[in-house]
Design a protein around this ligand. Sequence first.
Ligand SMILES: *[C@@H]1O[C@H](CO)[C@@H](O)[C@H](O)[C@H]1NC(C)=O
Ligand SMILES: [Zn+2]
Ligand SMILES: [Zn+2]
Ligand SMILES: [Zn+2]
Length: 347
Amino acid sequence: HHILKFVLSCAGGNGMLTPRTMTSIAPSKGLSNEPGQNSCFLNSALQVLWHLDIFRRSFRQLTTHKCMEDSCIFCALKSIFAQFQYSSEKVLPSDALRSALAKTFQDEQRFQLGIMDDAAECFENILMRIHFHIAEETKEDICTARHCIPHQKFAMTLFEQCVCSSCGASSDPLPFIQMVHYISTTSLCNQAVKMLETREKATPGMFGELLRNASMGDLRSCPSQCGQQLRMARVLLNSPEIITIGLVWDSEQSDLAEDVIHTLGTCLRLGDLFYRVTEEKARQSELYLVGMVCYYGKHYSTFFFQTKIRRWMYFDDAHVKEVYGAVLVVGHTDNINQLTVYLIYYL
Ligand SMILES: *[C@@H]1O[C@H](CO)[C@@H](O)[C@H](O)[C@H]1NC(C)=O
Ligand SMILES: [Zn+2]
Ligand SMILES: [Zn+2]
Ligand SMILES: [Zn+2]
């Protein structure tokens, strides 16, 4: 078998690489996952939240919340964050959060103890629960609470519409909010192949546009039936500071994994990612890749760029490693039909 390599080309000249003075920080910690617990999906989501500077700092400032006692995700998250910061242990248990999550989602039968679940959905749901704990009075789809980190920093406020270039007719705009921007890997690879047919070489700078082209969806008929075939266009109405992209493995084909990895870019312009971006601030935004959650061999692990020490770290439950050099070994490609990658971009 050969080993799938993922090259992270952190281009110079961006803000991420300017040296900073070292500040004393608690070294990264692992999260335990005993046999039968199947907590790797939660551990990955948790490492992402802890390592995202914007989240960690804003969450620290939140104090009051609607408490749900022993099923309180807010309290469980506060507690594990305190341990991340002050504990002298190298490996922490994520059991309290696991249990609060299981109790909270008992009715839906999601995230139950001992059962494997999806890291991106866990991440999204933790964010939505934080909204519930601190801004419950405002509805999820129109939350404007300034202290609501999930909606202020993570949420993408979008509308979807198709407009006919031939007759000018348009479909009713469909507004929605998403915490994770999901894209099919099959579609991403098809777009990458098309792109390579018309260009000499792919550059990482094209990644945003490639994602946009890949998320356009299927052709549909013009709303006024003029005969034109159109695609849905997505318009971004806000300026999120963190963008999470979920690459969804939707085919059984195994030979795309390497292609997907090769299309990944480390810099993302919001203006490229959507058909139209209404806010000037968002149009100017360039975000840098800071984290990656990989699903491989029915197991989640996480890569994260630690801004304070300016190094990539690898988190596999209890194990934490520093990643040296620019080549990350993601996994063996024996039977790689399930490499799901979540990318987290940061302003
Ligand atoms: C995206 O699609 C447009 C229209 O089909 C095409 O002109 C452009 O080259 C594509 N971009 C990339 C990066 O593939
Ligand atoms: Zn509480
Ligand atoms: Zn909110
Ligand atoms: Zn038309």
